[in-house]
Design a protein around this ligand. Structure first.
Ligand code: 5GP
Ligand code: ZN
Length: 137
């Protein structure tokens, strides 16, 4: 399952070179070309899925297990102090390559990167309204 116009499909198929950290039948893990920090990596399923909404559950499970394995390995080898996992879906959320991927971003004391958001201050009523919107039939 490949999209001819997708750069990550081409990387997954080896048609475009990448610095590969891990590869099996279903996944490839590569270094990001525009890293936030040293070792910033991307977990890619080889099949083309646009985003989390398209990703089958079985591949979602495998992707998270692989993410954990890579994080352990990278923490050991890079001696990073922490990790951010980032996974963007749709342009509004910062997705620029529309082939599902998980960012593994090693964090180092004093690395100066900012990965976050401005916290809001919702009242209890607003939180309750949102909770109901999500959970109630
Ligand atoms: P997104 O913004 O979609 O969550 O993340 C896309 C990521 O892919 C970016 O961090 C960008 O640096 C990386 N990227 C884009 N094109 C290439 C490429 O050709 N090779 C590699 N290794 N990374 C890429
Ligand atoms: Zn693709």
């Amino acid at each position: 399952m490949m999209d001819e116009s997708c750069i990550f499909c081409k990387i997954a198929a080896g048609e475009i070179p990448s610095k590969t950290l891990y590869e099996d039948e279903e996944f490839k893990v590569i270094l990001d070309l525009g890293p936030a920090t040293k070792g910033h990596a991307l977990i890619l399923p080889k099949n083309h899925y646009r985003d989390l909404f398209d990703l089958p559950e079985e591949e979602a499970q495998k992707a998270m297990i692989l993410t954990k394995k890579m994080a352990l390995r990278m923490r050991e080898r890079l001696a990073c102090d922490g990790f951010n996992l980032v996974q963007n879906n749709e342009e509004v959320a910062g997705q620029t390559v529309f082939h599902f991927h998980i960012h593994l971003i090693p964090r180092y004391e004093g690395d100066g990167q900012v990965i976050g958001w401005k916290p809001g201050k919702p009242g209890d009523a607003e939180l309750e309204e949102i909770r109901k919107l999500i959970v109630e039939e």
